[in-house]
Unconditional design. Structure first.
Lengths: 471, 259
């Protein structure tokens, strides 16, 4: 994954995010609009809960027979004149793509939105080898201009306000009249469109991700709201689909079922504006399309998840609903996580990809409120999987020494109720003696994190169990 | 005829911080005809479970299961501890030939208090009086693991003099999260700040919820903000036992909503 090791920085980045007023303003969009739109979309569809079950079952079935469906998919792609490349690691995937670019002497590669591309750090890599990557999704284009990573898996620039984006456009698009009006989102969109149009025509290669790979037909499906994906994959000489192994689904019918929960969970739309199916290179009687068609299928640690409880995570269809409903994400935004996959799904997936030793903070950055699991269209038990990682962290002695010591002391007493009763029987009245008059403490030893922001309620006096004995 | 023998898992927070909630729970159970017993107890093990210390969580769970073995039911005034008993104990012992069945049987007889009153005992009315407008926070574990939402509201609706004013985002986390508020106090603070804003905007004079952890968090924040909103556990109101000072409120002040 690109960037520095994410996790040890989480706390520091989170604090900076909390102090960033502009970011906090931008994040309200997620907390208010995304949630309201999803809930309206769900209410309009009485069978939504049944669809979630069906979506979960389709993904589970596919994962059980993943080897067969991968073979079938490859066979179909090959029949259609395309080529499937398997990449075990991120490095493999980058190299495969670079080799194609070099063979075709590509200078410019347009890109549809691909989170797997972010995962393998594709843009930076291609740029190092003189292939200029151009993001064509508006949000991705904006974060590329800013040399940032996406902060959300479906809304890459959701951490920015309109005013910030307008300023970026003025800085980047120097050839346009400086007095132009960029107040409305539509103005930003049409400016990006105009700039990108030239890139589309100049591109040698188009790289897209895939929402689904359909084994039955060898089709890659992408959903977009801007139509940029269509131009990315039809105009250049070659189209490269970059996708991870869990994007497989058996049939078009299965993909259609999953599409019904995807957009509703993501943006509250019934369908995304564009749902585009790409099956192989241009055929003789096609009016357009790429001469070459490649699919790079990335593993990068995923097949190791198949035999563990983390397998449930491979059902993920990247809708972003768990981010949208996460109180921690609302508070700190996506960049704080330092991973291309933020929020609850990232807290589970990132340690699988880079190791729990490098990402231990992420599965801890959850209140376990359970809202993510509640809205997940494929019913991934996200809190349970975050707990799975916390257990690995604990086993490997990765948790901070202070936390471990506190937990050990507490557990020592909690396992010995008689001793626990003695200790709390003394402590509660003592604390109450000091705090009862005011009813609260403004400061308590060892509770600085709490009392920095909140008062700590005073105990009432003797413990319940001590009083109960006297009853 | 003797009613069911109910073991009260009072929760470590109620035991230590707010025994009056435990006595209110006892009153509600006894009024409904139960015989209440309180086996010696410390904690349900949730802090260890959520910190990845599965071995400690199991050791504590085994002890709780054994201590409550003689009880017909195990009832707790907390959705979070209730979720631990009902949902996570069976998970902890999954595949254990010796303990799995015991954990499942234990889970099946364990309840969060308001759901036990409404769903098992068929309680439909509270005889309590409480003059004032309250708002209710749905604590996460109770809401999402146990489906506690309608039960406390149904009982509150029968409390004489009480008016419920729902706040915005009543079902959104308060930022407590057990050890979360210790590990990430700043994030926790940002989340609880949104909660207290919603509490205040509801116009209610009292905030109620079914989990003392969340209540301490919200009460502590409201107190720091200088708010006059009183914070209580819902069972105190349902049992008509609101003489004790509200959570984080000074001992001398008479609760304004009490008669």
């Amino acid at each position: 994954m690109t960037g520095a090791a994410p996790s040890p920085q989480f706390k520091r980045r989170a604090q900076a995010a909390l102090a960033d007023a502009e970011l906090q303003r931008a994040l309200r969009i997620v907390e208010v609009n995304f949630i309201a739109r999803r809930s309206e979309a769900v209410e309009r569809l009485p069978e939504f809960e049944a669809l979630r079950d069906a979506a979960r079952d389709i993904k589970n079935h596919t994962l059980t027979h993943l080897d067969l469906y991968l073979e079938e998919y490859e066979r179909r792609v090959t029949e259609q004149g395309g080529q499937v490349h398997y990449a075990v690691t991120a490095e493999d995937a980058r190299q495969i793509i670079l080799d194609i670019c070099r063979r075709l002497r590509a200078n410019i590669a347009t890109k549809g939105k691909t989170m797997v591309g972010e995962e393998i750090g594709l843009n930076e890599f291609l740029a190092n080898f003189a292939v200029t990557p151009v993001e064509t999704d508006l949000g991705e284009y904006i974060v590329q201009l800013r040399h940032e990573q996406p902060s959300h898996i479906i809304a890459p620039a959701v951490h920015l306000t309109k005013a910030q984006i307008a300023a970026d456009f003025r800085r980047a698009h120097r050839h346009l009249p400086p007095e132009r009006d960029l107040a409305e989102p539509e103005a930003l969109l049409s400016e990006a469109r105009a700039v990108l149009r030239e890139k589309f025509l100049a591109a040698d290669i188009g790289i897209t991700g895939a929402n689904f790979l359909v084994a039955e037909t060898g089709t890659a499906i992408i959903v977009t709201n801007e139509g940029n994906g269509d131009l990315t994959q039809t105009l250049p000489k070659a189209h490269i689909v970059l996708a991870s192994i869990e994007k497989l689904v058996p049939t078009l019918e299965d993909a259609a079922q999953l599409l019904r929960v995807l957009a509703r969970s993501a943006t509250g739309q019934e369908m995304a504006v564009y749902t585009t199916l790409a099956t192989g290179p241009r055929r003789a009687d096609d009016p357009d399309g790429p001469a070459e068609y490649h699919v790079v299928i990335l593993d990068n640690g995923r097949s190791a998840m198949l035999g563990s409880p983390l397998r449930d995570m491979l059902r993920c269809i990247r809708c972003g609903a768990c981010l949208n409903h996460c109180p921690v994400y609302h508070a700190v935004g996506g960049h704080a996580y330092g991973s291309v996959y933020p929020g609850p799904m990232g807290a589970v997936l990132t340690p699988s990809l880079i190791g729990i030793d490098k990402a231990a903070e992420l599965p801890n950055a959850s209140t376990f409120c359970g809202r993510c699991e509640d809205v997940c269209p494929v019913r991934i038990p996200l809190p349970r999987l975050m707990r799975f990682w916390r257990e690995r962290e604990f086993e490997q002695h990765l948790s901070p020494a202070g936390v471990r010591a506190g937990l050990r002391t507490w557990a020592f007493f909690a396992k010995r109720p008689r001793l626990y009763g003695l200790a709390t029987g003394i402590a509660a009245p003592v604390l109450a003696l000091i705090g009862r008059w005011r009813g609260r403490f403004r400061w308590l030893p060892l509770a600085g994190g709490w009392t920095r922001h909140r008062d700590f309620p005073s105990p009432q006096g003797a413990t319940f169990q001590a009083r109960w004995k006297r009853r | 005829m003797a009613g069911p023998r109910v073991g009260l898992l009072v929760t470590c927070l109620v035991d230590f911080i707010r025994p009056s909630v435990g006595f209110a729970a006892v009153k509600l159970l006894e009024d409904a005809g139960c015989t209440v017993v309180v086996p010696r107890q410390a904690c349900c093990g949730q802090p260890a479970f959520n910190s990845g210390d599965r071995a400690s969580a199991r050791a504590i769970a085994e002890q709780v299961i054994a201590a409550f073995a003689p009880c017909d039911f195990v009832v707790t005034p907390s959705g979070s501890c209730g979720g631990m008993l009902r949902v996570h104990y069976p998970e902890l012992f999954q595949g254990d030939p010796h303990w799995q069945a015991r954990a499942e049987a234990f889970a099946a007889k364990s309840y969060e208090l308001t759901s036990f009153l409404v769903e098992v005992l068929g309680v439909t009315h509270s005889v309590a009086r409480y003059h004032g407008t309250v708002t209710y926070h749905d604590a996460c574990s109770g809401l999402r693991e146990l489906g506690v939402k309608a039960q406390p509201r149904r009982l509150l609706a029968t409390v004489e003099g009480l008016r419920l004013a729902e706040m915005a985002d009543a079902d959104v986390c308060c930022g407590f999260g057990g050890t979360f508020c210790v590990k990430y106090p700043e994030i926790s603070n940002a989340i609880v700040g949104k909660k207290t804003a919603n509490v205040v905007a509801s116009g209610a004079g009292t905030l109620l919820a079914g989990d003392l952890g969340c209540l301490m968090n919200i009460a502590g924040k409201l107190a720091r903000e200088g708010s006059s909103v009183e914070v209580r556990h819902v069972v105190e109101v349902l049992a008509g036992m609101t003489d004790a000072a509200a959570i984080a409120a000074p001992a001398r002040r008479r609760p304004k909503a009490a008669e």
